[in-house]
Design a protein around this ligand. Structure first.
Ligand SMILES: O=C(O)COP(=O)(O)O
Ligand SMILES: [Mg+2]
Length: 215
């Protein structure tokens, strides 16, 4: 049976926080507001761009502005890979898993267009059999249907698949879909978001946990 790993993107495969931080800071500067700290931005990430912007506006006491989302996306899509790179060691992890015959897919709450642009800019888009973005389906993580739709697009089945992510949205969506979950302790989520899942302290720790998850 084809074994499949479903990876989250932000905080799992790639350290995208610097470019999200920069785009959010430009959005705030355009409104006469000071930039956010990296720590603040970390807490905004995880539920997709519309929620990211809601949290940023709320943090500055600004009234919601419907023009902010399309403006942010245009900026971010053009600048998603200025500073964003794979986490150190992740390329070797993908090489190892591919050599062992694992199929791989990305299930991210980042909008699909931005996610595809980012993977292409980093030269890793062809490694993944499917990508499910935050706006690809009617639902997104923590809804298990997001994971299941991505897995199906990759040709995988829940009995032979593992979910890897850095947020409780990933753990909950994966488990809800019937997949064992692995938590990336090096990512953006708080430690308690692991909810009892095995924790990888660095990408190098992932392959052993992924193999063990399927017994
Ligand atoms: O866009 C976000 O807020 C989070 O994206 P992720 O699901 O790839 O971590
Ligand atoms: Mg993430």
């Amino acid at each position: 049976m084809q074994r499949t790993v479903i990876f989250d993107l932000d905080g799992t495969l790639v350290d995208s926080r610097p470019d999200i931080h920069a785009a959010l800071s430009r959005m705030m500067a355009a409104r006469g507001q000071p930039p956010f700290t990296l720590e603040e931005v970390t807490r905004f990430i995880g539920d997709g761009v519309p929620v990211l912007i809601q949290r940023a506006f709320a943090a500055r006491g600004l009234a919601p502005d419907p023009t902010a989302l399309p403006a942010f996306l245009a900026d971010y899509e053009a600048n998603a890979a200025v500073h964003t790179r794979m986490f150190p060691g992740m390329e070797a992890v993908l090489d190892d898993l591919a050599a062992e015959g694992w199929a791989m897919a990305v299930c991210t709450n980042k909008p699909e267009k931005a996610a595809r642009l980012l993977l292409a800019a980093l030269g890793i888009d062809r490694r993944f059999a499917a990508l499910g973005g935050g706006d690809s389906f009617p639902v997104r993580k923590p809804d298990p249907a997001h994971v299941l739709a991505t897995l199906q697009a990759a040709g995988g089945v829940p009995e032979a698949a593992v979910m890897v992510g850095d947020h409780h949205n990933d753990v909950q969506a994966g488990r809800g879909a019937g997949l064992p979950a692995i938590f990336c302790g090096y990512g953006y989520g708080l430690p308690e978001m692991a909810e009892g899942a095995p924790v990888a302290a660095s990408p190098a720790g992932l392959p052993a946990l992924i193999r063990a998850a399927l017994g």
